[in-house]
Design a protein around this ligand. Structure first.
Ligand code: PLP
Length: 379
């Protein structure tokens, strides 16, 4: 099988991760932060080391400012529900994922900045949307549908010029696109562990700039201040209640260190070269329409074969050609409205670090044949 669904999760991980998971599941599964004994202290220390690697990756000063969660969805919900209420207004873009859209929709007033047919926004629209109640701007770093990379440096400047918080959804970019929370001046960064960071599933987290207080959605045991009924307001305890997935978080250091060695700049270059190649080739096939931009894009490409259902094409790729992609609406319907694919959805091919040009060539060949109606096993 050829795996081209890295925007959903990275199936293959660095080789160094696998023995580490086995080892840590067996020997480092004591409860971190829950006692003064050897095993608990060791688990806490090793989790801290993973945080130190993340600090290096995102240019974060204090490892304590990172709280671990199960995924980016929990991190985004924490930032949204913990900072906003029915009296606040937030600015989001049309390219957001349901992990932003749904919690925002149920919590506060919002303005959705329109995107063009390739997922790009006009930065001037953001400034125009600010009202006296606006508290925050939330933006995905890259679209999970068509790979468009958003101008987060510019958006951050607008946010801070107006005294607003700036939260970045880095689910599609953490580990595969350079992120510098200090240079970009990011207040809150939500990230998945299991996608570009190549960590095991059930990992993700949130970085919160020192001094920002978030009302926690989940409260409970933190192993600290046990005598108090109030949730501690220091990071990471403020947002990190309950037992952590210690074996996965500890092992994840192997993946992050692999990424640090390769360099996110190089990873982005490699994935973008594959998506550039795919777009160029798809553009030469009659009846194929590409929805991704030519520049400012990562390794994700959205496209359609005219008059064919996107889910059906993804199924044929899977059954006849042994290629894993994803058809449909990718938990981001407004983004599809921007691309003009609200009725059809789109086929999404998303490259990861371990894909090769040969994988891209095989996809092009398969799409050409399907566009010529050459498929057999599909029923
Ligand atoms: C842009 C974006 N935000 C948030 C999420 C949610 O991430 P997770 O699966 O880690 O909860 C996704 C997942 O695909 C995503 O693509």
């Amino acid at each position: 099988m050829i795996y081209l669904d890295n925007a959903a999760t990275s199936l293959k991980k660095p080789n160094s991760l696998y023995p580490s998971i086995l080892k840590n599941t067996i020997i480092n599964s004591a409860n971190a932060g829950r006692g003064g004994h050897f095993y608990s202290l060791r688990a806490s220390e090793l989790i801290y080391k993973t945080s130190e690697s993340l600090c290096e990756l995102f240019n974060i000063k204090e490892p304590e400012q990172i709280a671990y969660m199960q995924n980016a969805t929990m991190a985004l919900n924490s930032g949204i529900l913990g900072m906003l209420d029915k009296d606040s207004h937030v600015i989001i873009t049309q390219m957001e994922h349901n992990s932003v859209l749904r919690p925002v929709h149920k919590t506060c007033e919002y303005t959705m900045i329109k995107a063009d047919k390739q997922g790009r926004i006009n930065i001037k629209d953001i400034e125009k949307a600010i009202t006296k109640n606006t508290k925050m701007i939330i933006c995905t770093h890259a679209s999970n549908v068509c790979g468009t990379i958003m101008p987060i440096d510019k958006i951050s400047k607008i946010a801070h010029r107006h005294g607003l918080y700036f939260m970045v959804d880095a689910a599609q970019t953490a580990g595969s696109v350079p992120i510098d929370v200090q240079k970009t001046d990011i207040d809150i960064l939500a990230f998945s562990g299991h996608k570009g960071l190549m960590m095991p599933m059930g990992t993700g987290g949130i970085y919160v700039k020192n001094g920002i207080k978030i009302k926690p959605v989940i409260t409970g045991g933190t192993g600290s201040f046990s005598e108090s009924l109030e949730q501690p307001d220091i990071m990471p305890d403020m947002l990190q209640s309950g037992t952590l997935n210690a074996p996965a978080i500890i092992s994840a250091k192997k993946s992050i260190d692999f990424i640090l060695r390769e360099g996110t700049g190089e990873i982005l270059k490699k994935e973008t070269e594959l998506s550039d190649f795919l777009i160029n080739e798809l553009n030469n096939i009659k009846n194929v329409v590409v929805h991704s931009p030519l520049t400012n894009r990562n390794g994700t490409v959205a496209f359609n074969i005219k008059n064919m259902d996107s889910v059906e094409v993804a199924d044929i790729l899977n059954t006849d050609y042994k290629i894993c992609t994803r058809g449909g609406w990718h938990c981001a319907y407004p983004a599809h409205c921007a691309l003009g694919t609200q009725k059809s959805g789109a086929i999404r091919a998303s490259f990861g670090y371990f894909n090769s040009k040969d994988d891209a060539k095989k996809l092009v060949d398969a799409i050409y044949k399907i566009s010529q109606k050459k498929f057999k096993n599909y029923v």
